[in-house]
Design a protein around this ligand. Structure first.
Ligand code: NCD
Length: 316
């Protein structure tokens, strides 16, 4: 695999190996002796992280991951304002310019859906050995988030096959939910329950994909159905991707509280890509099923394992 653009592109063979890599990476990095060795893995390889949209976890975990393996990093945040995009430069011209500085990996977050694909195609057309990683393209996808979500589910539940996943919140605009559904749909006997206001229902193409693949799924406005789930994956209303009138109408309708999770399965997990606003109440943080901060930490191991693999280092 050269680029990481969308979750459909991962196959089961890759995922099975990758989950083992990520687990090994977590173990190595938390061992003080092995950790020293990891810092020698990718010396002198350049990573360029280019973020047009705001980010905390994705950017910091990618950049930490790169530096943990001895990579060299150049980084732009708020690229819409701090790069030449502000002067009107196109994404293609920016990527073509960056290629001249010989990065091994470009981690790209952009506000437009399809931007990572455009960048990857340009790199290939120029015949360059550069990997593009999609770190979120507008309301499109966020495939590395899906990998860390998958890793967290596998680590916490010990399985992915046969689980019921309740995905809640802004499913129309929430790119993490899009990538996660495509990814989990590759596992047998998965069921999905989509919980959202009617205005923010799961993207049509994704529902169609599930229907065509014969994967059980249903859509509801009733958050009570989380009682049936092994994974409750909750998300934020993407205010920046809708008008204020719609935001005012839907905001706050999908908060989950201790009383909502009282009926949940004992062995279930509650995940959230973060940042959260008030859609998961703070009191839930003490619930042993709440794993969103573990999930965020796993992003580091998953992104280390991913960049090692893209750069040809075998983790195990
Ligand atoms: C998400 C994103 O940027 O899509 N955050 C993340 O990367 N963990 C979710 C969000 O912004 O709601």
């Amino acid at each position: 695999m050269k680029h990481i653009v969308c979750a459909q592109e991962f196959d089961r063979k890759f995922l099975d190996q990758f989950l083992l890599d990520a687990a090994a990476m977590k173990e190595y990095w938390n061992n003080p002796i092995w950790r020293l060795n990891i810092q020698e893995w990718l010396p002198g390889q350049n990573v360029c992280s280019f973020f047009y949209e705001e980010s905390t976890r994705t950017r910091i975990s990618f950049e930490t991951a790169a530096q943990n393996m001895g990579m060299r990093l150049v980084s732009t945040t708020n690229a819409g304002a701090f790069s030449s995009a502000k002067k009107g430069e196109t994404l293609s011209d920016t990527i073509q310019t960056l290629m001249g500085y010989a990065p091994r990996v470009i981690v790209l977050r952009h506000n437009e859906e399809g931007s990572a694909r455009t960048a990857a195609e340009l790199v290939d057309a120029c015949g360059k050995e550069v990997s593009i990683i999609n770190a979120g393209d507008g309301q499109g996808q966020h495939p590395t988030q899906a990998l860390l979500d998958l890793f967290t589910i596998q680590s916490e539940l010990g399985r992915v096959e046969g689980i019921t996943v309740a995905v809640g919140g802004d499913l129309l605009h929430g790119r993490t939910t899009h990538s996660l559904v495509y990814l989990l749909a590759k596992y047998p006997n998965i069921r999905f329950i989509f919980i959202s206001p009617n205005e923010l229902k799961m993207k049509e193409g994704i529902v169609e994909h599930l229907t065509q693949s014969g994967i059980p799924h249903r859509e509801t406005e009733d958050k009570g159905v989380i009682a049936d789930a092994d994974v409750v994956y909750w998300t934020r209303t993407q205010r920046e991707r809708m008008d204020e009138e719609l935001f005012a109408r839907v905001n706050g309708r999908y908060s989950i509280t201790a009383s909502d999770v009282a009926g949940m399965k004992r062995g279930a997990v509650i995940l959230h890509p973060l940042p959260r606003l008030d859609e998961i109440s703070r009191e839930l943080d003490r619930d042993p099923r709440a794993k969103y901060f573990v999930q965020a930490e796993n992003g580091l191991y998953v992104r280390m394992a991913l960049m090692a693999r893209l750069c040809g280092v075998s983790v195990r």
